[in-house]
Design a protein around this ligand. Structure first.
Ligand code: SAJ
Length: 399
């Protein structure tokens, strides 16, 4: 049996995938309402293919509980919340999960940590807890790599990294993930696994920052950044990502700070890239202001932000550029917002797309949801700032 601790964005799909592959799985979460929902066969967030995965896991008798199980294998995928002021991660959930596991685990159980953590956390935070308890167990770090919006596919097809203290433990963990993972599975040591995860997200952050800086340079000289990136990317060794209104989510906008925090004198490029990406919501505000003055729109209430999530076709709003932009605008500039994927309430959020469109003059596309691509024609009589370069057939302002 495998006990998966934490049934959020990573723990739930992983539990369902393992159960679907025929493994005896108990998913544990301390949140009673999540467990209730799952016991009623309902998934707890929107993600392509998740409901089908749930049906298969139920057929294979997956169980959900608020209790920790006594067994030989645990996968911990609890949140490691990030404080955007201090740039520090709070490992309390992880520490509590490990302590609770140690209360019930069998002797020599393997505890696999999937949660994203600053490099070195297992040595500095987790091992001392285990040593203090005096219980024998093995540790592994198997950082997740799946992309929200394409999680189910990537869970099956991405390659994976497993950090362990010995080849033998690494092989045992590899066997578990091999039940569903069709990608390569590399075994390495724990510190290398921790670092490689953070490096992957930092690489992407720097590439996006380059695209965003190019967008600003091109704006200042009236050049089309998208055309320039398209042409540059035709070179066989160039692959520049896309500029946008900012970088959100719990991973790419967070992980590089771990390196900046731990290596302040060395991580200069990484730090600068973070600052460039964090400046993008302010750049969008500058664009809004100049478009309002060109178009004679003098009231922020006539401006509508389309999209609250941090990326398309998910309902996750963590660190979203739209929310960053709104906090930069301050209390007195009440722009309207709309997002077809988000049910949660936000100040000035409109429920119906038609009402949203009818109540504003300037629509700022912050997220490239499939919904807005399908409804491009509804923007016909509006001024549009398209920060995602998705509108194909209407005249629009760009980043
Ligand atoms: N973004 C751009 N331009 C781009 C691509 C993305 O501005 O060309 C923005 C998005 O709009 C979004 C942010 O970056 O606001 C991050 O989105 P993302 O789709 O790049 O990545 P995440 O945060 O959803 O998932 C990342 C992935 N990491 C890498 O691709 C290296 C995923 O594989 C990881 O599992 C995940 O972080 C994680 O949990 O660490």
């Amino acid at each position: 049996m495998i006990n998966i601790i934490g049934l959020g964005y990573i723990g739930l799909p992983t539990s369902l995938m393992l159960a679907g592959s025929g493994i005896d799985v108990v998913g544990t979460d301390i949140n009673q309402s999540i467990i209730e929902k799952l016991r009623h066969n309902k998934v707890t967030f929107k993600e392509k293919g998740l409901e089908e995965l749930m049906s298969k896991a139920i057929e294979n008798k997956i169980k959900f509980s608020t209790d920790f199980m006594g067994c030989d294998t645990y996968i911990i995928a609890v949140p490691t919340p990030y404080n955007s002021e201090t740039k520090k991660v709070d490992t309390t959930y992880l520490e509590n999960a490990v302590s609770s596991v140690l209360e019930v685990s069998n002797q020599d159980a393997i505890i696999i940590i999937e949660s994203t953590i600053p490099p070195g956390t297992i040595d500095s935070v987790i091992r001392p807890i285990i040593n203090a308890k005096g219980k024998r167990c093995e540790l592994a770090h198997a950082p997740e790599r799946i992309l929200p919006g394409n999680m189910v596919y990537e869970l099956r097809h991405n390659s994976r990294t497993i950090g362990a203290d010995s080849k033998e433990v690494g092989e045992k963990v590899k066997e578990i993930y091999s039940t569903f993972c069709e990608g390569n599975i590399v075994i390495t040591d724990i510190r290398t696994a921790e670092m490689s995860k953070v490096v992957e997200n930092t690489y992407r952050d720097i590439n996006i920052a380059f695209a965003n800086e190019l967008a600003k340079i091109c704006r200042s000289d009236n050049l089309d950044v998208y055309e320039i990136i398209k042409i540059a990317n035709m070179h066989p060794r160039v692959n520049i990502l896309s500029p946008g209104p900012g970088v959100g989510g719990h991973c790419i906008s967070v992980d590089p700070w771990f390196l900046v925090g731990d290596y302040p004198k060395l991580a200069n490029l990484i730090h600068t890239a973070r600052k460039v990406n964090d400046s993008m919501p302010l750049h969008v505000i500058d664009r809004i202001d100049s478009i309002m003055s060109i178009e004679g729109i003098d009231d922020y209430e006539k401006v509508g932000l389309y999209g609250i999530t941090y990326k398309p076709d998910v309902d996750d709003t963590r660190e979203s550029p739209t929310l960053q932009l709104i906090s930069h605008l301050g209390k007195n500039k009440n722009v309207k917002i709309y997002d077809p994927m988000v049910e949660r309430e936000f100040k000035n959020k409109m429920d119906k797309f038609e009402d949203f469109i009818n109540s504003v003059d300037l629509v700022v596309i912050m997220v490239d949801h499939a919904h807005i691509k399908a409804n491009e024609d509804k923007l016909k009589n509006k001024t549009v700032l398209d920060t995602k370069n998705i509108i194909k057939n209407l005249p629009v302002y760009k980043l």
